[in-house]
Design a protein around this ligand. Structure first.
Ligand code: ADP
Length: 469
């Protein structure tokens, strides 16, 4: 099948979070099972893009509200990706350093989606399916089914993957001119609560909708930042498909970021070397149980309670904590301030550092994920693959992937995102850590789990096939 993924992020080209990891891996695995998958994303000024060798595949002058924007679609020459990659460059709109965070983001992504579809229109062979990801590409299904400019694309099935329903990309109807012409009677398809809501429009117009874990779909039907009724109404076209992980990028036996590579067989010595290196770098004590946290410092991840968790846990237990993340300035400040109070037991790197994240999965004994919302979560799957025990709040994808030690599982689960629940779980971890023989056996179980993309890639392809039949 010819599959076109349209997304705002894709690893290693531009990554803000898990969306990039998924879009950078799923097409590769779809191609391995006999498909021709491609990714189309905006051209940003990231390190990867600036070094990439490209050829111009398509030029287009986009007209929005009497203003013209010169745009081109560049094909990237990089066979190591495992899929074809196209970058949409729109002068003055996409060619910026950051992926998100600009005042005119609605306009940037609108323009991106329009040029992407113009490119599809001029293809000799249309894709068999167009797969959109999150709200940044949520207006694609509407435009393909309702805008006369794209009439020729009407019969191509569209799929929307919801990676995070918290963000919906709403903008005022006053900016409706950004869209190509459509019938006034279709306005309701764009609207949700008096705004143009790209995520809601995609749920209404895509042929199929999926969330990145089955539990997240069920949770969204109860609570979806205002979209719960819509998801219940559209439930017959909604499914949950668990993300996989790119087992090649995330393989402790070939991971070049690690101080020492290791497999299940030599996990004990390999993990010890990585822990020692990590502890040396961050002035921690490698003989103590090491707890890590990696992630965006936002409410969804439970970041606001991290300072109190660290404070309480370090007063109660003889442990070390290492943290890697960035986000809320307030939380960043509190986490920085704790460094001097707990010198030698706690350290943090405030920022984004790919290398260090790999080193934490390989060197920490436990990974904390007190998330309030976790559509799928990749950290726990990386953590399991590297033999680092996840401590998770049972929600969304965490619920679908981590089984508690008390139920013959391999992780530690708690019900609420509260300081009490997390500190209690840390206590359980400390007790478990004392039984080193049992702990090392569980590490083996964790590393043997298969969360690779093979299964999920097949599930997506069979979903597309249902739409073609
Ligand atoms: P989300 O997409 O909600 O941020 P996921 O668990 O799906 O969460 O994906 C997070 C990804 O981002 C993982 O690959 C994780 O290792 C990475 N990551 C998050 N924060 C950082 C950071 N500060 N430095 C390096 N990698 C990070």
């Amino acid at each position: 099948m010819h599959i076109l993924h349209i997304s705002a992020e894709c690893y290693p080209i531009a990554k803000v979070g898990g969306l990039a990891d998924v879009v950078g891996a799923l097409p590769k695995y779809q191609n391995r099972i006999g498909n021709a998958a491609a990714v189309m994303m905006p051209y940003y000024k990231t390190a990867y893009v600036q070094k990439a060798t490209t050829t111009v595949d398509f030029c287009h002058t986009l007209v929005m509200h009497k203003k013209t924007y010169l745009s081109e679609v560049l094909k990237v020459q990089d066979t190591s990706l495992g899929y074809s990659l196209y970058l949409v460059r729109i002068q003055g709109l996409t060619d910026r350093k950051e992926v998100y965070g600009y005042e005119d983001d609605a306009m940037r992504f609108m323009a991106f989606q329009r040029v992407a579809l113009q490119w599809v229109l001029q293809q000799k062979e249309f894709p068999d399916v167009v797969h959109c990801h999150d709200h940044h590409t949520g207006l694609v299904p509407f435009m393909m089914s309702r805008c006369e400019d794209f009439d020729l694309l009407k019969m191509i099935p569209t799929v929307l993957s919801i990676h995070n329903a918290q963000y919906q990309g709403q903008f005022s109807h006053e900016l409706g001119w950004m869209l190509p012409r459509f019938r006034e009677s279709d306005l309701g398809l764009l609207d949700w609560s008096g705004m143009i809501n790209p995520l809601a429009a995609a749920i209404k117009c895509a042929w199929r909708v999926n969330t990145v874990s089955p539990s997240y779909m069920e949770e969204l039907k109860q609570k979806a930042n205002g979209l719960e009724w819509l998801l219940n109404h559209e439930k017959n076209k909604c499914v949950g498909i668990l993300n996989g992980i790119d087992a090649e990028t995330w393989d402790p036996n070939s991971d070049s970021y690690l101080i020492k590579k290791y497999s299940i067989r030599n996990r004990v010595s390999g993990r010890k070397a990585n822990k020692e290196a990590l502890c040396k770098e961050f002035e921690l004590d490698a003989s103590k149980p090491l707890f890590g946290f990696i992630g965006r410092l936002v409410w969804e991840k439970g970041a606001d309670i991290l300072p109190e968790i660290i404070d309480n846990a370090l007063q109660q237990y003889d442990i070390n904590i290492i943290l890697l993340g960035s986000g809320s300035k307030e939380v960043e400040g509190q986490l920085e301030a704790l460094k001097s109070k707990y010198k030698g037991s706690y350290n943090a790197y405030i920022g984004y550092e790919e290398r260090m994240s790999h080193q934490v999965y390989a060197g920490a004994d436990f990974l904390l994920m007190p998330s309030r919302v976790e559509p799928c979560g990749l950290n726990q799957m990386y953590s399991l693959r590297y033999g680092c025990m996840p401590i998770v709040r049972s929600t969304g994808g965490l619920k679908d992937t981590v089984i508690d030690l008390g139920e013959d599982g391999f992780g530690i689960c708690h019900n609420e995102t509260t300081v009490e629940d997390v500190v209690y779980s840390i206590g359980r971890a400390v007790t478990h850590f004392k039984d080193q023989k049992g702990f090392k056996e569980i590490q083996k179980t964790m590393m043997q789990l298969d969360h690779s993309w093979e299964n999920s890639a097949k599930m997506y392809v069979s979903l597309y096939k249902q739409l073609k039949s």
